[in-house]
Write a protein that binds this ligand. Structure first.
Ligand SMILES: Cc1cc2nc3c(=O)[nH]c(=O)nc-3n(C[C@H](O)[C@H](O)[C@H](O)COP(=O)(O)O)c2cc1C
Length: 135
């Protein structure tokens, strides 16, 4: 069964810009490798992440992420099975958004969600609009 988790969090004080860049690269590689889709956005000291994939993979990964000292104040917003199209029927790369130059990537992500995850599209796009300031 496909599963979705989304949360916001606050970055730890000790994390530098290059640490963030390194984390973003790592997350994209790992998630593409494990066929986990979604988005990780960094904006002004906060993370917003959507993780979609097989239930067991997502739960195991989120348990690790929760314990990661690079962020705190983790507030979970979505945590449920996805009823839509089966995960194996589409392939999408994990999206990373950092700074204000990623408008196209964000649009692509939202288009993909609208098609493949219509049940949660409204709440995800609403949360993203609230999370990042208009470009
Ligand atoms: C904000 C944030 C988001 C993260 N997202 C992911 C992710 O999507 N996928 C991933 O593999 N690791 C992610 N990580 C890293 C994990 O917390 C953890 O370091 C990584 O899974 C390696 O764990 P391991 O050494 O136990 O294998 C994230 C970390 C942070 C701080």
């Amino acid at each position: 069964m496909r599963y979705i988790v989304s949360y916001v969090s606050t970055i730890s004080k000790s994390i530098s810009d290059s640490d963030i860049e390194e984390l973003m690269k790592y997350v994209k590689l790992q998630n593409n490798d494990k066929k986990i889709t979604g988005i990780l956005i960094y904006s002004e000291g906060n993370f917003f992440q959507v993780l979609e994939g097989q239930e067991e993979d997502i739960k195991t990964l989120f348990d690790k992420i929760k314990k990661d000292s690079r962020h705190y104040n983790i507030i979970k917003m979505l945590d449920k099975p996805v009823k839509g199209i089966s995960f194996s029927e589409y392939h999408s790369s994990f999206t990373i958004v950092s700074g204000h130059n990623s408008h196209d990537e964000l649009q692509n992500f939202l288009e993909n969600e609208k098609t493949h995850n219509p049940e949660h599209f409204k709440s995800i796009s609403y949360l993203i609009q609230k999370f990042i300031k208009p470009v």
